[in-house]
Design a protein around this ligand. Structure first.
Ligand SMILES: Cc1ncc(COP(=O)(O)O)c(C=O)c1O
Length: 401
């Protein structure tokens, strides 16, 4: 929900752009810190979700660690002031260059995704006369009950090491003098709101830690990954992810031994509700079968709907402003329906791809060229995935303060 002053400010700003509500971000981070610190849990922010500098700086100021999936993310995390002792590095295809960069930065832990990667990190660390902290990313074959495009912890997924390869892992670890085994790591998927899924994950983590201990390894860290979902349907009434229930499940069902640390890598839940993509209607096409609202933002600014068939709430802000202020139809340059009926529109972007559609059959008040449209809950995997396809300008950002 945007107040009239904010919408007026949008009116004066060239679209499209991301609008970051820094209060929403701050309140979310507060909630995350409060809920996790109760149990002494360690939270790393998954940099991939959003690395808008102001967003990252605020997250860093809360004392969270950083979860990175590329050498450049490791570099950026350190440049933004994250403590290197709180930087973890996952990714199924770390290049030698990226591993070397992370070794030079003395990061806390590599989350290793194959037996071969263990050997390579060991060799590269040896060449630098260093010892690399590592955790084994295990594929626990737990169904995340989320969209199959964002499921990562099933046998069919490319991520992590499958349990039948653990004997090889143990053998390799025993041979690798330049690796320090710290513990085990998991990440089963994203946008998970069913707490039962995390309970199942805890069961698997407990089994895996027994396996390692039975094979003579000491586990210092249990890294459960990220994945906590947000409410894309009700961004105003349910704006903060359920951190309380999430951390509680792990505190209850994870078998944490004395001296062990529990780590999390949250991305979406920390940033998703803090931003909206604001755009304007360029054209309205009324067809026989379909009405189209053609926006000046498309898949080059927000790719989630096209990539994952993801849902985002879509609002006509010009109508909200006009109704709120009692503006006349002429003043607002777009007539306000006196009745509250809506029209179904396919809300699409300007990009030359048929998949460039934010949502089909969206119920909106009758909309006109120039109307401001907000696409909500766009703070995670939004700006960060923006591309220059069709030689589009890079999307701009504005902030609530
Ligand atoms: C290894 C790893 N950790 C954490 C995350 C963050 O996930 P989310 O944004 O769902 O919390 C991801 C996202 O894909 C990931 O790949």
């Amino acid at each position: 929900m945007f107040n009239n002053n904010t919408i007026q400010r949008f009116n004066d700003t060239e679209t499209p752009f991301y609008y970051y509500d820094m209060d929403v971000l701050r309140n979310t981070l507060d909630a995350c810190r409060d809920a996790s610190s109760k149990y002494g849990f360690h939270v790393h922010y998954a940099m991939k979700a959003n690395f808008n500098p102001k967003v990252v700086d605020m997250i860093q100021s809360f004392g969270f660690g950083a979860d990175c999936v590329s050498g450049n993310e490791v570099k950026a995390a350190i440049e933004h002031g994250f403590d290197k002792e709180k930087v973890v590095f996952a990714g199924v295809g770390k290049s030698d260059k990226e591993i070397n960069l992370a070794l030079d930065a003395n990061i806390f832990c590599f989350n290793v995704e194959s037996v071969q990667e263990l050997e390579i990190i060991n060799d590269l660390a040896k060449a630098k006369n260093k010892v690399a902290g590592i955790a084994i990313r295990i594929n626990p074959n737990v169904d995340a009950h989320t969209h199959h495009f964002i499921t990562t912890g099933l046998d069919e997924n490319k991520f992590g090491i499958n349990t039948w390869q653990l004997n090889d892992v143990a053998e390799t670890l025993r041979k690798c003098d330049n690796l320090k085994f710290l513990g085990i790591h998991f990440h089963i998927g994203s946008q998970i709101t069913d707490m039962e899924v995390y309970r199942n994950l805890c069961t698997r983590i407990n089994e895996m830690q027994d396996w390692f201990e039975n094979h003579g390894f000491t586990i210092k860290i249990l890294n459960t990954g990220g994945g906590l979902g947000v409410d894309y349907y009700n961004p105003d009434t349910n704006g903060i992810a359920d951190f309380e229930s999430y951390f509680k499940v792990f505190s209850k069902f994870l078998n944490v031994k004395p001296g062990q640390e529990v780590h999390f890598e949250l991305g979406r839940a920390m940033v998703a509700q803090s931003a909206s993509l604001i755009s304007r209607v360029l054209y309205v096409k009324n067809g026989q079968k379909k009405n189209f609202l053609i926006l000046d933002a498309g898949m080059t600014e927000l790719m989630r709907p096209m990539l994952y068939q993801a849902y985002h709430a879509i609002e006509n802000l010009s109508k909200q402003l006009a109704v709120g202020s009692g503006q006349s139809e002429q003043e607002n340059h777009s007539p306000v329906s006196t009745h509250h009926s809506t029209i179904k529109y396919d809300v699409v972007g300007p990009i030359c791809e048929s998949t460039d559609c934010f949502r089909k059959d969206v119920d909106l008040p009758q909309s006109y060229r120039g109307d401001l449209i907000a696409i909500r809950t766009a703070g995670a995997y939004g700006e960060v995935m923006a591309s220059g396809y069709n030689l589009r300008d890079h999307v701009q950002s504005i902030y609530s303060e």
